[in-house]
Ligand binder design. Sequence first.
Ligand code: AQP
Length: 333
Amino acid sequence: TPRVFSGIQPSGNLHLGNYLGALKRFVETQEQGIETVYCMVDMHAITVWQDPARLARATRELCAGFIAAGIDPERSILFNQSQVAEHAQLAWIFNCVARMGWMKRMTQWKDKAGKNQEEASLGLFAYPALMAADILAYHATHVPVGEDQKQHLELTRDIAAKFNHDYGVDFFPLTEPVIEGAATRVMSLRDGSKKMSKSDVSDMSRINMTDDADAIAQKIRKARTDPHPLPSDHAGLEERPEARNLVNIYAGLADMEVEQVLAEYGGKQFSEFKPALAELAVEQLAPISAEMARLMEAPDEIDAILARGAERARAIAAPILKRTYEIVGMVGA
Ligand code: AQP
């Protein structure tokens, strides 16, 4: 039976890329009646420095974002990673399965560590092994993610395959990434060659899930574009990264195909398209941000939801970890 797992880091500024690439997909999966496990990966977040008070706030805000976007904590399991120790325990086993060479090839490691790899945390380097543990602790079969996580998902499969091979078992599944929709890679509003990201210093580069209607409209109005009208088909978006990004965002928000959007707006100027996009974005995002703000007024209720979710998560992960320990030969497992 299929089981879906995915996570988002509580590293602040949940944005439109996270929403279209991940959160919106998570809700759709839940609506299909598939078993869904969603995690606020706070242990991943601290691979780069996080102020403790901000981490706690971002974790609760992210939980509020999940719920406001449509995740039902009864139907889905919703929790934060650090409350379920099995993630860290299984990650250690996987640290011993994964190879240094595999990790060194990860583009996220290369991007985030930059030139100064000696100063990066060991956790940042080992990040993909913890991610494999997140997924495989639930024997998850499918993981909805944005395009940027594809390489990590491939590594998760490599780790599962090597574990199975080394121990002569058929225990961990080879998990499938699910990278779907028109907006699997939302780009910065200021630079069509960079992905929209929580950590971009320019707040104008992204639409935050907490932005109000005015902020959303202003950011879209000021989004970088080229001077040409929109093309009438997909091919006309090649070499036009900023135009393509805005069209993809429209398609993602409206649940339309890119071709459908272009059938409507092809030949029109950005002065016409941008206000339509802003209106659509406000219509879809403003209720979510209002609901997030409302939920944040009751942090105790959020904590209770996370605690209950963690209990349900542990009920699945604990027997899988126990079996893993037995396979590895750990006495007393
Ligand atoms: N720009 C994006 N377009 C589509 N999907 C995206 N995701 C992230 N950015 C985009 C997807 O959101 C999920 C959660 O991401 P994350 O928070 O775990 O990790 P991240 O990729 O590190 O997020 P950021 O915003 O890019 O943070 P920083 O700035 O810290 O690097 C994942 O499914 C991801 O694919």
